[in-house]
Ligand binder design. Structure first.
Ligand code: PEP
Ligand code: MG
Length: 902
């Protein structure tokens, strides 16, 4: 026929036409309903309208051509199969209209049940239900309520109030006490509410109800809560939802009917067994709404053994088929079991590991698949201590969960006091408005850090994450008064020494001590729990999967560490060397004074004396680290930050000098310091005199560090150890900078190393865009590259690292300019491209050039996959993230599609 010549786009699929792999098109729910249908499970018949139809509707504001006719055709075949017509007055077919996107977005989008009921078919439904008038009118009032709220935006409370009025009139609190007449009255009341808000009568035409409900589900993709949820879960905004139109089955037809949910294993712990809830004489939304109390699923055996056995059989078949934990929704209509939904069930981080291990034991999956089923974010969660919140603890404030974990301790307001109390064996929480590099020792000493300002990339957050220390930042309900040693919150004053508890995962702050449990996974990584002996399914599963990840991964994992203690811990956690030892941290504390002397030196002699005093201290630092990393490479970066960071702030100094002058005190030294600070002041210090530029400007500075490194390596090697230092020059943008530093360094190294057998590599960071773009030239002078993706992101985007998050990132995230801060996860297209170019051009110029990354991204799961794809040799991250990086490097090696394990 001529009219059929153009091939029409297929927008509607019968359940028998789909399968579980069509989630993009049919959404998760539709694809799984199709799969169950094809497995021969009792799924109520129905069809799915594709995500493509939704996308077309959302772009053009109208249903795409052909959709209405396809719905009509599928509806007719559904009617034939059921032997009933939609909304037929004598024997009506009723349908549910349900959303279902590719990724589950629980409760975020819309559903309308009982579509097809009207003033006439309600009577037919009653006859169908054996004269059960109450049931029919209850179903009708539910339709008006859901339809009104979802499709026509009638305020839900109005219906709730009308229901409450009806119950009050009846003198009851339970909707089951309302009889058919009461419900008929309620339907009238609901219709009035509907008409009042919409200016029209409740639609009586079944097909109109259906079309409007479908449209409302399409539109619910862009409902605010759905948009917010997607952003949080990093679900792309352009997927659209499918719509499932399913023949209604009823769990509210009496005591032999009911509805429930079931899990094939415990989604909390992963333990095998039967988990779920059942609610007799009810429809699905009653379970979700928690209106009445459910009973444990096991009770169903007593209520309806036949359905129970059948359900268990289907559960076993589904698990076997999906080879994973499934969650299931079912309804029993007068003794007949119907499967309404299944999907691979969400689970806690612990259950994810335990279940993956069990499935390997059961021969359902192999270890590669087990590794694919878990992820670094889950592992990271398991590595933090947790609060035991069994008791009633109410939070007094909520900030940003900046670095997860749970910590309780005495409040202190200064770094010095934190160190003091910690030395006495106290647990302390360092509370500040915001932290700065001077707080480092206090942060190390503290159990947790709480700030009233700053976001997820504030100094406190980044440093705490690096240390694996609990941190809540930006708790702006706290009024912190450091000089008075107190803060106020919720009308209460907390003084130094009072106890608070902070949850770095949720951002919640509690007064008093909430009991904390240590992480058994960390105990395992620390070597305190033997996985063979441990009576702990989680530890065994983590061990097994980590071992497999290590076998599979191509990327090495190093750590960023600047102390022997951090190096030792990272090594226990599996680090294969140090990828970044930041030497500036070694210039803080009581060494500040020496740095001041260096900066203020007015003659060569003074400068040399200051450097000479620093040399043995640095050497001792390196000896410590080389010993801990015996036999493994240690990349030591020459000093990077602008030197004025080691001097007091200008304003504070100016005030001190003025006050002292006023008092007639001798301020010559302070004046000199103030003059130096003024001289060195920079408008944009991150783009100023730092990194290699310092080494080229301050004679002897880099030389002292190179000598300390080489001497330490020789000493460790002479005493029977094996030190493998790699000297790294920061902030190089041109090969000439590196060549100059290298020439001087090589001379010193040759002189110090002599015949000791120590080999020292010299390489560079690639963290300035120009370096990435001239990597071919730079590689001529570098024995290795390490990507400094923090600076590369800063300079690639032109985002000041320390300022932008608080200033405007929220808006960028809101607008979807990026889905996650590029400081947290590598921006593959932009900054990632610079990495790719530099890797390729560097290796072209120097085949086999060693490539690593030491920016924060080295421990970020998604970024690890990227670095694997680009072909780096290693990633380096903070000690606590080493296991995460190992796991993700293993996952990257077995997948080629990135880390999509949602
Ligand atoms: C970097 O820039 O990525 C880096 C590791 O150096 P820093 O963070 O110390 O600037
Ligand atoms: Mg840097």
């Amino acid at each position: 026929m001529a009219a059929q010549e153009t091939v029409e786009h297929k927008y509607v699929y019968d359940f028998a036409e789909g399968n579980k792999d069509l989630k993009d098109l049919l959404g998760g729910k539709g694809a799984n309903l199709a799969e169950m249908t094809n497995l021969g499970l009792p799924v109520p018949p129905g069809f799915t309208i594709t995500t493509e139809a939704c996308k077309a509707y959302l772009t053009t504001g109208r249903e795409p051509d052909g959709l209405a006719a396809q719905i009509e055709a599928h509806l007719e075949s559904l009617e034939r199969e059921m032997g009933r017509k939609l909304g037929d007055p004598q024997d009506p077919l009723l349908v549910s209209v349900r959303s279902g996107a590719k990724f589950s977005m629980p409760g975020m989008m819309e559903t309308v049940l009982n579509v097809g009921l009207n003033d006439r078919s309600v009577v037919g439904l009653s006859a169908q239900a054996g004269g059960n008038d109450r049931f029919a009118w209850d179903s009708y009032r539910r339709l008006i309520q859901m339809f009104g709220k979802t499709v026509c935006e009638v305020p839900g409370e109005e219906f709730e109030h009308a229901l409450d009025d009806a119950k009050r009139a009846k003198g009851t609190q339970n909707d089951l006490d309302l009889d058919a007449d009461d419900l008929r009255g309620l339907v009238d009341a609901y219709k009035k509410i509907f008409a009042k808000h919409t200016g029209r009568e409740f639609p009586q035409e079944p097909r109109e109800q259906l079309d409007l409900a479908i449209r409302a589900v399409f539109e619910s993709w862009n409902a605010e809560r759905a948009v917010v949820y997607r952003r949080q879960e990093r679900i792309p905004a352009d997927l659209g939802t499918a719509v499932n139109v399913v023949a209604m089955v009823f769990g509210n037809l009496g005591a032999d009917s009911g509805t429930g949910v079931a899990f094939t294993r415990d989604p909390g712990s992963g333990a095998q067994g039967i988990y779920g809830d059942y609610l007799a004489n009810a429809q699905g939304e009653d379970v979700v709404a928690g209106i009445r109390n459910t009973v444990p699923l096991q009770e169903l055996e007593k209520i309806d053994k036949k359905s129970y056995d059948e359900l268990l059989d289907y559960m076993a078949r589904l698990e076997e088929h999906y080879k994973d934990l499934c969650d299931i929704e079912f309804t029993i209509e007068r003794g007949k079991l119907w499967m309404l939904q299944t999907r691979v069930g969400k689970r806690t981080a612990a259950a994810a590991f335990v279940i993956a291990g069990q499935l390997v034991d059961e021969g359902l999956i192999d270890l590669d698949e087990a590794l694919h089923r878990v992820n670094g974010a889950q592992l990271a969660q398991l590595m933090f201590p947790r609060f035991q919140l069994d008791h009633e603890f109410q939070p007094v404030a909520k900030g940003i969960g900046a670095s997860p974990g749970a910590a309780s301790g005495k409040v202190v307001f200064t770094s010095a006091r934190a160190v003091e109390l910690a030395a006495e064996g106290e647990s302390v929480i360092l509370v500040r408005r915001e932290t700065n590099p001077d707080d480092l020792n206090g942060m190390i000493a503290a159990k947790g850090i709480l700030t009233s300002r700053g976001g997820k990339t504030s100094h406190a957050a980044v440093v705490a994450r690096g240390m694996g220390k609990t941190c809540v930042s930006g708790a702006d309900e706290l009024d912190v008064n450091v000089p008075a040693k107190k803060f106020t919150v919720a009308g209460q004053t907390v003084n130094e020494g009072d106890i608070v508890s902070i949850d770095g995962t949720t951002g919640k702050v509690y007064l008093g001590e909430v009991p904390v449990m240590p992480s058994e996974v960390v105990q395992y990584f620390e070597g305190e729990l033997d996985p063979e002996q441990a009576d702990d399914a989680l530890v065994k599963a983590v061990h097994r999967i980590m071992t497999h990840a290590d076998e599979k991964r191509r990327l090495q994992v190093r750590t960023n560490a600047d102390t022997g203690a951090d190096a030792a811990r990272a090594r226990r956690f599996g680090a294969q060397g140090i990828g970044l030892c930041r030497t500036e941290h070694m210039f803080l504390g009581d060494r500040r004074e020496l740095v001041e002397r260096l900066i203020l030196a007015s003659t060569d002699e003074e400068r040399e004396a200051a450097l000479a005093a620093l040399l043995p201290l640095q050497r001792a630092d390196f000896i410590d680290i080389f010993r801990e990393m015996d036999g493994l490479p240690v990349t030591v970066r020459l000093i990077d930050p602008p030197l004025h960071e080691f001097l007091p702030p200008l304003e504070q100094l100016a005030v001190n000098v003025a006050v002292a002058q006023e008092r007639g005190e001798d301020v010559a030294k302070e004046e000199a310091l103030l003059a130096a600070v003024r001289r060195m002041h920079e408008e944009n210090p991150m783009l100023g005199l730092r990194g290699v530029r310092l080494g080229l400007v301050i004679p002897g500075l880099f030389a002292m560090q190179v000598r300390a490194i080489a001497e330490a390596a020789v000493e460790v090697t002479r005493s029977g150890g094996s030190a493998c230092p790699e000297i790294m020059v920061p902030l190089v943008g041109a090969v000439q900078e590196l060549e100059t530093v290298r020439a001087e360094a090589e001379k010193i190294i040759a002189e110090v190393v002599g015949d000791s057998g120590v080999e020292v590599l010299i390489g560079t960071m690639i963290e300035v865009p120009r370096a990435a773009l001239t990597a071919g030239q730079i590689a001529e002078a570098a024995q290795f590259f390490s990507f400094g993706t923090n600076d590369l992101t800063q300079m690639g985007w032109g985002f000041s690292r320390d300022d932008v998050e608080g200033a405007f990132f929220w808006r960028y995230l809101e607008l979807g300019i990026f889905g996650i801060s590029p400081f947290e996860s590598i921006d593959r297209e932009g900054v990632g491209r610079l990495v790719r170019i530099a890797a390729e051009e560097g290796r072209a110029a120097r085949p086999g050039l060693k490539l690593g990354v030491c920016g924060e991204h080295g421990g970020d799961p998604d970024s690890v996959h990227f670095f694997h794809e680009v072909g780096l040799d290693y990633v380096s991250c903070s000690p606590f993230r080493v296991p995460v990086a190992r796991l993700e490097a293993g996952r990257a090696a077995i997948t080629t599609t990135g880390s999509d394990s949602r």
